[in-house]
Design a protein around this ligand. Structure first.
Ligand code: TYM
Length: 329
């Protein structure tokens, strides 16, 4: 039995990347392991949401987690901001995190490029808060998508540094985890890069049939293969990658063969993909609506989750304080 931690920022609705990169793996693990899943609402403050948006997003993402199958009887599901101990561990870890290494993080450099007018210190120390989230439960496995690999690398570094500095074997070094062994990157529909909230290139779990069809039919492709067994261009490869997650193997084989024989019509491929995506998303969309209407259930889940998460987090922070030398007189 391992301790597993993962989380998703509450900056918008969940898309297929979040689902297949993190959530699906977590759900598979929740009955056999000691699992913690949280909504990273402190992290979402780097984008300066209004109070109403912050609350609305948290509520929405919580409903989405539950609709996807996170079972609050099996896993501990909570809001990051309900566990104040996370903020204390974040402060303590900031003392052993160096500005140089934070500035060199690829995700930070990317943010600086994308939002030069809002390079706040929270963005710089984002990996420190993430490390606190993970090691506060002494987790060994972290189901995440490929883009989070650099953050896990830093988490291991901080855990190791803490252990070395205080000559203890206290924190385990957690690993990014995916059931299929390889960490996944779900591509977007715009031809390049990953599906993301800020990229506006995604299929959301709340998208209805019409929206899905519209998005998929507008997806970037190319002008079609001109010779047999031609290598796939990136945009077309991306469509096949998404298919792998939602379509049947024989469907994929059928279109692959058409491609290899230069007989493919991308319109047909897209129609099929849109249909398969809708079959996947529709039951989730309905369940999300049901759950988000159940105020009492949501309130209970959040309260129970906070109690359970705080039990584990406060134990760790108490022991860390002792190790560091904050001792009672
Ligand atoms: P966030 O909200 O950006 O993404 C949440 C999870 O979804 C995965 N993901 C993807 N996986 C595959 N393909 C994609 N296109 C794709 N897009 C997103 C991410 O890899 C992630 O697993 N920093 C985290 C939130 C966080 C966290 C943590 C996660 C805060 N503390 C501690 C794990 C443990 C984040 O920004 O996630």
């Amino acid at each position: 039995m391992e301790t597993v931690v993962s989380g998703i920022r509450s900056t918008g609705n969940l898309h297929l990347g979040n689902y297949f990169g993190a959530l699906a793996n977590f759900i598979k693990m929740q009955h056999e392991n000691n699992c913690y899943f949280f909504i990273a609402d402190y992290h979402s403050l780097t984008t300066h949401p209004t109070p109403a948006d912050l609350h609305g997003n948290v509520r929405q993402v919580l409903s989405e987690y539950l609709a996807c199958g996170i079972d609050p009887e099996a896993a501990t599901i909570y809001l990051q901001s309900d566990v104040h101990e996370v903020a204390e561990l974040y402060l303590l870890l900031n003392m052993i995190a160096y500005v140089g290494e934070l500035e060199r993080t690829t995700t930070f450099k990317e943010k600086v490029r994308l939002q030069p007018d809002n390079v706040n210190a929270g963005l710089l120390t984002y990996p420190v808060l993430m490390a606190a989230d993970i090691i506060i439960h002494k987790a060994s496995r972290v189901p995440v998508g490929k883009d989070q690999e650099p953050h896990l690398e830093m988490t291991r570094k901080f855990a190791r540094r803490f252990n070395n500095m205080y000559s203890v074997e206290y924190f385990p070094e957690p690993e990014a985890y995916n059931f299929g062994k390889e960490l996944v990157k779900i591509p977007g529909l715009d031809g390049s890069g990953k599906m993301g909230k800020s990229e506006g290139n995604g299929i959301y779990l709340t998208d209805d049939e019409k929206t899905i069809r519209k998005k998929v039919m507008a997806a970037v492709t190319d002008t079609g293969p001109v010779e047999k067994y031609q290598e796939l261009s990136e945009p077309v490869k991306n469509l096949f990658t998404i298919m792998k997650f939602v379509s049947r193997p024989d469907t994929i084989e059928y279109f692959m063969e058409k491609y290899n024989l230069c007989q493919i019509r991308y319109g047909d491929l897209k129609k099929q993909l849109a249909e398969d995506l809708n079959i996947f998303v529709e039951p989730l969309r309905k369940r999300i609506m049901e759950i988000s209407a159940d105020e009492e259930y949501l309130r209970k889940v959040v309260k129970d989750g906070a109690d359970k998460a705080r039990e584990s987090a406060s134990r760790t922070v108490r022991e860390v304080r002792e190790i560091i030398g904050f001792r009672p007189f």
